[in-house]
Design a protein around this ligand. Structure first.
Ligand code: NAD
Ligand code: DAU
Length: 358
């Protein structure tokens, strides 16, 4: 039975990936999830799988060399899927240090532990061991003109402390592949949306605020463009890259679904009104008057757009969930998990929100 070590599996994409993998492989694989449980990690995201015999949760920091090496010593790990990171751009602008620590130094700890466990005496690596580093399209910087896209060959040009830390971690992985022939891949994906996303990010924040009748903060002119992908399609892409991708290669993941932020907000408002029953009290306050233009994000990247040609042509990956369907699935999930949303937005979240949005 193949053993996966997933880092950051209690976060948004990691928990969706774990659900996807158990749905696909059921008891054919074993998953160990290592997560520090920062504000962004929530074991409630994994309630459905926590009692499986082929699942184990270990609370640890990826920067903790000893704890990570111990996991490799005690388990014969076949695949590492490395999600754990500080992931929110706005937080990186306020407090860059933890981004460098977790995203750069934490990745170094993961690389060293896997290398130590998998390397033979002659410097070659044990058969069929693979490390996948989950990265972002933000490392490529910002596109100004329609018709331009991020390719795997686009030079790195990160602008926020978050994207600079992810770019640095990508460079470390590249250096291990080039120097040691360390068996790895890197994926650079566009903006994800879907169940279990923490409501500091645009889509869940807008859904949550609209349902409560709170203002919907739009940075700048609202015309910045992001390329949205349903999270399960990302999970599928990661699995396909590990199984079918060429080692040492980078693959961009994205579904050509570019939208301005203001378009996303209007779609959410319209879809909420369509989906709520007529007698639902919340329907009365959901309208465009909630939209509020606020100060722009510092260094705000204008447009991201992934060219997914390589992953489509080489591996046969394509996105299955169109945005119209994905956003309905997402909103339905937030309706069905109102209590979970209540739990994560009480306490510390309120403090964050007040400081961030004044
Ligand atoms: P998230 O913030 O929702 O989850 C991050 C997880 O990592 C949390 O469970 C957190 O507890 C854990 N973590 C943080 N620091 C840790 C540490 N020091 N040790 C162990 N665990 C730690 O993030 P996400 O949106 O799920 O993103 C996951 C990965 O995917 C990140 O590497 C991110 O850069 C990348 N990515 C995200 C997107 C996106 O749209 N969200 C797109 C492309 C790539
Ligand atoms: O592109 C991939 C990246 O997407 C990931 O690497 C990051 O981890 C992930 O957080 C995401 O980064 P963004 O900065 O693009 O996502 P965010 O949801 O924070 O913002 C999306 C857009 O919406 C962006 O242009 C800023 C804007 N925005 C965001 C918030 C939270 C607003 O206008 N108002 C808001 O309140």
């Amino acid at each position: 039975m193949r053993t996966y070590l997933v880092t950051g599996g209690a976060g948004f994409i990691g928990s969706n990936y774990i659900h996807y993998m158990f749905k696909k492989y059921d008891s054919e694989i074993r998953i160990i999830n290592v997560d520090k449980l920062t504000y962004a990690g929530n074991l409630a995201n994994l309630k459905d799988v926590e009692n499986r015999e082929n699942y184990e949760f270990i609370k640890a920091d990826i920067c903790d060399n000893e704890a990570i090496n111990k996991i490799f010593e005690e388990n014969d790990i076949d695949r590492v899927v490395h999600f754990a990171a500080e992931s929110h751009v706005d937080r990186s602008i306020k407090n860059p240090d933890v981004f460098v620590k977790t995203n750069v130094l934490g990745t170094l700890v993961m690389l060293n532990a896997a290398k130590h466990a998998w390397e033979n005496e002659d410097g070659s690596f044990k058969a069929d061991k693979k490390f996948l580093h989950v990265s972002t399209d933000e490392v490529y910087g910002s596109l100004e003109n329609d018709g331009e896209f991020f390719y795997e060959t686009t030079p790195y040009d990160p602008h926020s402390p978050y994207s600079a830390s992810k770019a640095s971690s990508d460079m470390l992985v590249r250096s291990y592949m080039d120097t040691y022939k360390f068996p790895a891949n890197i994926t650079n994906c566009s903006n994800n949306y879907g169940p279990y996303q923490f409501p500091e990010k645009l889509i869940p924040l807008i859904i949550n605020n609209a349902l409560k009748g709170n203002k919907l903060p739009v940075y700048g002119d609202g015309k910045n463009v992001r390329d949205w992908l349903y999270v399960e399609d990302h999970a599928k892409g990661i699995d396909m890259v590990q199984e079918k991708g060429r080692l040492f290669e980078t693959y961009n993941i994205g579904g050509h679904n570019e939208k301005q932020n203001i378009e996303i907000i209007n779609i959410i408002l319209e879809t909420l009104c369509e989906m709520l029953p007529d007698d639902d009290e919340r329907k009365k306050h959901i309208n465009k008057d909630l939209i509020e233009y606020v100060e722009d994000r510092k260094g705000h990247d204008r447009r991201y757009a992934i060219a997914p040609d390589k992953i489509k042509e080489e591996i046969g990956w394509y996105p299955e969930t169109m945005f119209e369907d994905g956003i309905r699935l997402t909103i339905k999930w937030y309706f069905d998990h109102a209590q979970l949303m209540e739990n994560v937005t009480s306490g510390d979240y309120q403090k964050y929100y007040q400081e961030m949005y004044k």
